[in-house]
Design a binder for this molecule. Structure first.
Ligand code: DC
Length: 231
């Protein structure tokens, strides 16, 4: 049997990282970890506890409360992936709103938040056989991952995808709002001091503006097979 490897998938928001990661994990029998969900859950906690709103962000308050945040993924067999739990409550729906999206980059800039989540992510991947997606997986969390993918697509393509998803869920948002959010997050994610979004030197870039899910999956699966043959 092939040896298990670590697959790191990084890239801009709404590039379809989680779709690809889920497909790979299901096919390979690997664990899938959506690290964006962890940053979103911390953001939701900050909103619930009044540490962040449209006018202010009490970073110190959030930092002091970090020991009170317990994050867990629990596999949902019906959905075929693990859902995010914050302090034993399923927050999978709550963390996907445009409100959380509008605050999450600010929370993800806080080094103490990153340190806590990165430690937990490293622990989850210690036995390999994992597909993890995020912004700093190939650079910070698993710098020795056997396969690193960096996904890109134009901001308009990505905003359209996110808009369609939100509308399908019944959210009342405009395309312009979603595009502005995608562009703002791109800016903050690539300009923050701690672990900015950059492509790892040894990552393989995939621009999926013109690739469908199956084409993309096939392409990456071939890369996985090549690597597992040689180790
Ligand atoms: O992948 P996503 O859109 O759900 O991620 C939400 C936010 O979390 C994104 O704006 C940047 C941040 N993030 C991060 O800084 N590092 C990660 N490893 C994952 C997400």
């Amino acid at each position: 049997m092939n040896k298990k490897i670590t697959i790191a998938i990084d890239g801009f928001s709404s590039t379809g990282k989680s779709t690809l990661a889920k497909q790979l994990a299901n096919h390979l029998g690997y664990i899938y970890v959506d690290t964006g969900a962890m940053y979103r859950a911390v953001t939701f906690f900050a909103m619930q506890n009044g540490y962040i709103n449209v006018d202010s962000f009490d970073k110190e308050g959030l930092i002091n409360s970090l020991p009170n945040i317990k994050l867990q993924f629990k596999f949902n067999a019906d959905l075929g992936f693990a859902e995010m739990y914050l302090n034993d409550v399923n927050v999978e729906t709550e963390i996907r709103t445009i409100e959380v999206s509008s605050f999450v980059s600010k929370v993800a800039e806080v080094s103490e938040v990153r340190a806590k989540l990165v430690e937990q992510q490293k622990e989850m991947g210690k036995d390999k056989g994992i597909v993890m997606d995020g912004r700093d997986i190939g650079t910070v969390v698993f710098p020795n991952a056997e396969l690193k993918i960096f996904m890109t697509a134009s901001a308009t393509t990505r905003a359209q995808r996110r808009y369609d998803e939100l509308v399908a869920k019944g959210d009342t948002v405009t395309f312009e709002e979603v595009l502005a959010n995608v562009e703002e997050r791109d800016y903050i994610d690539t300009h923050r001091e701690d672990s900015p979004l950059v492509m790892a030197e040894d990552a393989i870039e995939i621009d999926n503006s013109h690739l469908n899910r199956e084409e993309q999956f096939k392409l990456v699966l071939e890369l996985v097979n090549e690597i597992t043959k040689t180790i």
